[in-house]
Design a protein around this ligand. Structure first.
Ligand code: GCU
Length: 836
């Protein structure tokens, strides 16, 4: 099978392997070169200063056309435009060639692209615009869209940034693709090659700014050595028109500068910030600005001195203003010690409560950066009500490309459909159309600034994000920030063509897989608006609904034996529904009008409450967890059907992750269902929950060198128990007689893969080895690891199509390693078509 796949691949002209570093900028040859003759043959560059974005555009056009068509562009002369690509700014163009009509339509960073047979014009409002136009033209060529075009493209908003949560020691908060490309050992890295490559990728999706360090900022970034390092980063990014920005720690004047205070109204503090800002701008004259997380999750801020958040933000704004810098001030401010016994307490209310009285009090160069929902990047949240509260303050939306709560790049979750729902949501402020996308652009409330910040967290892994398929999210993020009217599927298909080529089956299959991935993930991790039911106190990865409650973090579900959900009504609850403009508030206030997918966000109901679908809440939970996990199994088959149509390296990489997701989706399904079944004691009408006729529990096998172990949380083990070796040095075995009828089975082993050891396993039937494997997923996947047997470490390996006789002896041996005691949960014997 593999051999035929390889041959088929060669036939299609596939490269033998791709590591993902080229992402969507592969410039792979088109399958046919019919248009070759009508291509331009030369290039006229209206700025030949090395390092300028127009110079970069010229280089990129040469590289792209060489890759796609194998054609080398000549240097054109401005007197001979025939057969040439002309690239430059509108101003430069007019200087050489006189007026051109479309110039008037160009807005900052915008561009005009016209390509007619072999005559191509790429004219930017500024240098950056010319580069964007060049990337757009190349993207069209690479996708085989070779027809004539002529249009102006302008950005929807001026701020199109990424946020990178990189720490000075080289680790990345919520990053799943290896260490930082910006920092190591406390300093800015010397080698900026990858930084330039990343800036190139970002420019191609029209991102114009990048905050390079974690919002939980370390003041040592402000040391002279690091300021110089920031200069190095900015120099690497500048040719791509990506401006550098940094996150600041509010307490820096005291902790780093040696002042006795960091009070924003203290003149010495003000002077300290002005001075450090001058130093940074001396090295990075085009720095975009600052990002500030203050009085949030233990970070220092102005509230320490009874100053308002606006007073805090304006301090930075004053320092940045003379340099043209802006300050992104995060609205993610909340108290993480609130009291769950108070039914009026609600973290979702925090942002509006903290910011509503400050509207209009921020300086002009401050933008309040608001996470899309009121809590924290959950699989489903309503839009943050703050977007409609702030009318005299510029705002930006914060989205997360890194999949912190959404499978950490080991689960396929295409996010553009989620973002589109948020961006297109109409808040109906003053009963007028008030879509989020028009609020953040500044248009709806007539604000001068606005836009998007996407938390990306790329790492040194060649795939950038840790998985090839998750790159569709970065691609879509940038282009939606430019034009939120673009369709999620349209963006996806462009990305697929650029990433995997033109094979129709590949395009259709990856489209289908991606488009169903968010609904599937929502189905098996947290539906009806209950949030992602992950372990919020530990990894944010696997299931652990109990961690949501009984603590001050305020991500409560308020689940008890009979009922579940947050009552956020004005009538009885926290009043959160009332933070929305009246038309929207009315919808959320009533159970009848609240959409099912947000029911438990806004209402506390019995498990037996009937949804609009007619199902009870609990049955919906059970069913959707089964449905979602089933979809995750299908993704493996779908991807498998592409063997030979994608280079082996990327095919295998994705296949490995899809198999992992399929296994982990079952962990999620069983864990969440078991948790709520245990709590409510309401049976699954379909009789599936807690009933697994194809399983053999490891703890029920004959154990030698293994012992039974009660797993915590209990619902992350089948039957609440697993087995672990009795010592951390000697092998254990678990043996049993097969009682299933003779036949062919897929044999699945659920085990736990912890960090801190690489246990070895073997599976035998009648002394014949069926398979062996290692607990080494920590080397292969980037998700946050766990040192426990739990929902994060629980995983599955499957051996297909094994002939088994009734009465055969099944034996698993496990050799512990380090702290990993070769833990096993259960073994499933799955007849054809059964998944359990
Ligand atoms: C989440 C995330 C943190 C992050 C924080 C933030 O809570 O888990 O790692 O620091 O958001 O956005 O500031």
């Amino acid at each position: 099978m593999l051999l035929s796949g390889v041959l088929f691949g060669l036939f299609l002209g596939l490269a033998s392997g791709e590591d993902g570093s080229a992402a969507w900028l592969r410039y792979a040859p088109l399958p046919h070169d019919s248009s070759h003759s009508s291509l331009p043959s030369s290039i006229i560059t209206l700025n030949s200063t090395r390092g300028s974005p127009v110079y970069t555009a010229q280089q990129e056009l040469r590289r792209g056309i060489q890759g796609i068509f194998g054609k080398t562009l000549n240097n054109g002369t401005s007197s001979n435009q025939h057969g040439a690509i002309i690239v430059g700014t509108a101003q430069a163009y007019q200087k050489s060639y006189g007026e051109f009509d479309d110039a008037k339509e160009l807005e900052e960073d915008g561009y005009f692209l016209s390509s007619e047979s072999n005559q191509v014009l790429i004219i930017g409002q500024n240098e950056r615009g010319a580069l964007y136009g060049s990337f757009d033209y190349l993207s069209r060529l690479a996708q085989g869209k070779l027809g004539a075009v002529s249009y102006v493209s302008n950005p929807h908003a001026s701020i199109r940034w990424t946020n990178e949560w990189d720490n000075m020691d080289g680790s990345i908060e919520r990053g799943y693709a290896g260490p930082s490309i910006f920092f190591e050992n406390g300093f800015v890295t010397d080698n900026v090659t990858r930084v330039a490559e990343y800036a190139r990728l970002l420019a191609s999706i029209r991102i114009n700014g990048m905050i390079v360090n974690n919002v939980n900022a370390n003041a040592t970034l402000l040391s002279p050595r690091n300021i110089n390092g920031l200069g190095r980063l900015a120099d690497a990014m500048r040719p791509y028109g990506v401006q550098l920005g940094i996150s600041l720690n509010f307490a820096s004047p005291q902790t780093f500068g040696g002042l006795s205070t960091f009070d924003p109204l203290d003149p010495a503090v003000d002077a300290w910030w002005a001075n450090i800002t001058n130093q940074i701008y001396a090295r990075v004259p085009d720095m975009a600005g600052y990002l500030v997380k203050a009085n949030s999750e233990g970070q220092p801020g102005p509230l320490t001195y009874n100053r308002t958040l606006a007073e805090g933000a304006n301090m930075f704004a004053r320092a940045a203003k003379p340099h043209g810098g802006i300050v992104m001030f995060r609205a993610f401010v909340y108290d993480n010690h609130i009291n769950e016994s108070n039914w009026k307490a609600d973290r979702a209310n925090a942002a509006v409560e903290f910011f509503q009285d400050l509207d209009g009090k921020f300086d002009d160069n401050v933008v309040v950066q608001i996470k899309y929902g009121p809590i924290d990047f959950q699989v489903r949240e309503p839009v943050s009500p703050l977007f409609s509260t702030l009318r005299n303050t510029s705002t930006a939306i914060e989205l997360q490309v890194t999949q912190e709560y959404l499978g950490q790049q080991t689960h396929l979750v295409y996010l553009a459909p989620l973002w589109k729902e948020i961006l297109e949501f109409d808040m109906k402020a003053d009963n007028r159309s008030s879509k989020v996308k028009d609020i953040i652009s500044g248009e709806r409330f007539r604000r001068p600034l606005g836009g998007s910040a996407g938390v990306v967290n790329v790492g040194t892994n060649t795939t950038w994000l840790g998985s090839h398929l998750s790159m569709s999210n970065l691609y879509a993020y940038g282009l939606l920030a430019w034009d939120p009217a673009l369709g999620a599927e349209e963006l996806l298909q462009d990305w697929i063509r650029l990433t995997f080529g033109h094979d129709k089956k590949v395009i259709e299959t990856v489209t289908e897989m991606s488009m169903k991935s968010w609904p599937a993930y929502e189905n098996y991790t947290g539906n009806l608006g209950i949030q992602t039911l992950t372990d919020i106190l530990y990894t944010h990865f696997g299931p652990n609904p109990a961690t949501m409650d009984n603590n001050g973090w305020g991500q409560w579900t308020r689940a008890d034996k009979f009922s579940i959900g947050m009552d956020r009504t004005v009538k009885n609850g926290t009043g959160n529904a009332g933070q929305y403009p009246s038309e929207v508030a009315k919808v959320y206030e009533s159970i009848e009008t609240t959409p099912d997918n947000l029911l438990l966000w806004f209402h506390h109901v019995n498990y037996t409450h009937r949804l609009k679908s007619g199902k009870t809440v609990i049955q919906h939970f059970y069913d959707s967890h089964y449905e979602g996990a089933a979809t995750a199994q299908d993704l493996v088959e779908q991807w498998n059907s592409l063997e030979g149509r994608i280079d082996v390296e990327r095919f295998e990489h994705v296949l490995f992750r899809q198999k992992y997701q399929a296994g982990h989706a079952l962990v999620w399904r069983d864990s969440i269902n078991q948790f709520y079944y245990n709590l409510s004691e309401i049976k699954d009408e379909a009789g599936r929950v807690g009933n697994h006729p194809y399983r053999i529990e490891a703890e029920k096998m004959t154990l030698d060198g293994y012992r039974s172990y009660s797993v915590n949380p209990f619902h992350t083990a089948s039957g609440a128990k697993a087995i672990v070796t009795t010592s951390n040095t000697t092998e254990g075995t678990a043996t049993t007689k097969v009682t299933f009828e003779s036949g062919r089975y897929d044999i699945a082993v659920n085990y736990y893969d912890l960090i801190g050891g690489k246990a070895q396993y073997e599976l035998h039937i009648n002394n014949k080895t069926i398979g062996s494997w290692k607990g080494d997923l920590e080397d292969k996947l980037g998700h946050a690891p766990s040192v426990y047997l739990d929902g994060h470490s629980a995983t599955r390996i499957t051996f297909r199509n094994i002939t088994v006789g009734k009465g055969d002896v099944l034996k698993i041996s496990g050799r512990p390693d380090g702290v990993e005691p070769a833990p096993i949960d259960y073994v499933s014997f799955l007849p054809p078509g059964v998944v359990d």
